[in-house]
Design a protein. Structure first.
Length: 356
């Protein structure tokens, strides 16, 4: 159970060279009023791959080296339990993952090579997002240096994503009655298709099975979801079929900082108008809207991406809504750019929420 953050040093006693002399050493001083959730085991064992699996550790190391954070600002997660995962994913899919019985087609669709070790890494990512959500409710904000696997559906994985850690975290918080409602703000360059489907409004029970309702009838027969999903993404990009989020912004190729930030501000205002006072925001801070990304076609700069993060934090803070952050994609030609973009998300949070 998280405890509220406080800026206090960790103190150990050490004995000086002279016998009998002892002194207190301050060995670590928390720099942040919020937690960073991280484990070396976030690493995804996927071999040589366009997804830079080492980015989590490199971001962790960068934050320490640049003194953005101290070691005591990081908290290690525990893996999600199977019961947590089953809040979102089907028993059949979970069984296949645990027994290594995905079909060749299912593994191909996931676009990462199956292994039991990879399953463990995704269970840990889900545990990390659950912990980040929990800490966010206490501290106002928390960042998992990982997660954001928004292309995972209840019954299958896609686009490097096996388990939808964002959805697992939300459903766990709801099941524990810590929140009733949540909003996702997905700023990865690719649409959050898995998240959109998971939180799509459910058909009202009793709707005639086998009937093909027209759109108006469908709208009437659906009850509002308890999770409002916003996705800002490049239209001409994966996934080809984009199931509707609560609010989708299909952005044109090459959009730059100014237009993007204007769209984001509008999307969040509109979202909060339609779905007021969500009890948690899950911000998916993908690094791939960057102009030099291998899998993206937007044109944001590193500075623009940091401004994007600041905008989300400022608006959430002004509304008093806790924010849980995950990292999602990032495929810059220069790996160090991806690391800078992800690290800047922590820097932006530090600037908005305070810290030393
Ligand atoms: Zn992406």
């Amino acid at each position: 159970m998280p405890v509220p953050s406080a800026c206090f040093p960790r103190i150990i006693w050490s004995f000086a060279r002279e016998p009998g002399e002892c002194r207190a050493l301050i060995i670590g001083h928390r720099m942040l009023p919020f937690k960073l959730i991280y484990s070396d085991d976030y690493f995804l064992p996927i071999g040589s791959h366009v997804f830079p699996a080492e980015k989590y550790k490199l971001t962790h190391d960068y934050l320490l080296a640049r003194k953005v954070a101290d070691a005591s600002d990081f908290v290690a997660p525990r893996p999600a339990t199977d019961d947590d995962i089953l809040l979102v994913h089907t028993p059949q899919y979970v069984q296949k993952l645990k027994t290594g019985t995905l079909s060749a087609r299912e593994e191909l669709e996931m676009e990462v090579p199956y292994s039991p070790e990879l399953v463990r890494a995704f269970w840990l990512a889900a545990g990390g997002s659950m912990l980040a959500a929990d800490y966010a409710l206490n501290d106002g904000v928390a960042i998992s240096i990982g997660g954001g696997f928004h292309h995972a559906f209840p019954d299958h994985g896609e686009g490097f994503c096996m388990i939808n850690d964002i959805a697992v975290a939300i459903r766990r918080m709801q099941a524990d009655e810590k929140i009733r409602t949540a909003m996702t703000i997905d700023c990865d360059v690719h649409q959050g298709n898995g998240t959109a489907v998971i939180f799509a409004p459910a058909p009202v029970p009793g709707n005639r099975l086998g009937s093909i309702p027209n759109l108006a009838e469908m709208a009437r027969s659906r009850k509002p979801s308890d999770v409002f999903t916003i996705s800002l993404h490049q239209e001409n990009n994966y996934p080809a079929f984009k199931p509707p989020s609560s609010l989708d912004l299909n952005l044109p190729d090459g959009m730059g900082d100014g237009d993007y930030l204007a769209c984001l501000g509008t999307a969040i205002s509109l979202g909060l108008e339609k779905f007021p006072r969500p009890e948690l925001i899950c911000y998916v801070a993908g690094a791939d809207p960057y102009r030099d990304d291998q899998l993206g076609g937007l044109s944001l700069t590193i500075e623009g991406l940091k401004e994007r993060d600041s905008l989300v934090f400022r608006l959430a803070k002004a509304e008093g809504i806790p924010v849980m952050v995950t990292f999602a994609g990032g495929y810059a030609h220069r790996l160090e750019d991806t690391i800078t973009i992800h690290s800047n998300t922590v820097v932006a949070a530090k600037e908005v929420y305070g810290g030393k």
